[in-house]
Design a binder for this molecule. Structure first.
Ligand SMILES: [Zn+2]
Length: 116
């Protein structure tokens, strides 16, 4: 568990929280959630350590580039304000969440799912 963590000095205005994304196969990836801007970072990581190691090179939602691969319906959950959950789509091959990334634009459910 890495819990909440602040990013490096040059990004000290942004606080990232861990999240997880579950594919229909049951496979779970780690994801970073920008709790300052209420936005999900699109890149998926295999482990919490892998996510923590790449915090300085996170891809902001605005930098997401759509791909042509078939997308999977995924469940998204982040550890922010007691937990937030929503449904989205992601590309398993590119390891990218397609969306929704901007939590302001959608309805979310509170709490964390059983699989988290
Ligand atoms: Zn793709």
């Amino acid at each position: 568990m890495i819990g909440n963590y602040a990013t490096t000095q040059e990004q000290s205005d942004v606080s990232h929280t861990q999240g997880k994304v579950r594919f229909p196969t049951g496979e779970i990836f780690w994801v970073a959630y920008d709790s300052t801007n209420d936005a999900l970072e699109p890149r998926l990581w295999g482990t919490a350590d892998e996510l923590a190691a790449h915090l300085r090179e996170l891809t902001p939602p605005a930098a997401y580039t759509p791909c042509a691969h078939a997308k999977d319906d995924v469940e998204i959950a982040v550890k922010s304000e007691g937990g937030l959950q929503w449904s989205g789509t992601a590309c398993r091959l590119c390891r990218l969440v397609e969306g929704p990334l901007d939590v302001w634009e959608i309805e979310t459910v509170g709490g964390l799912p059983e699989w988290y």
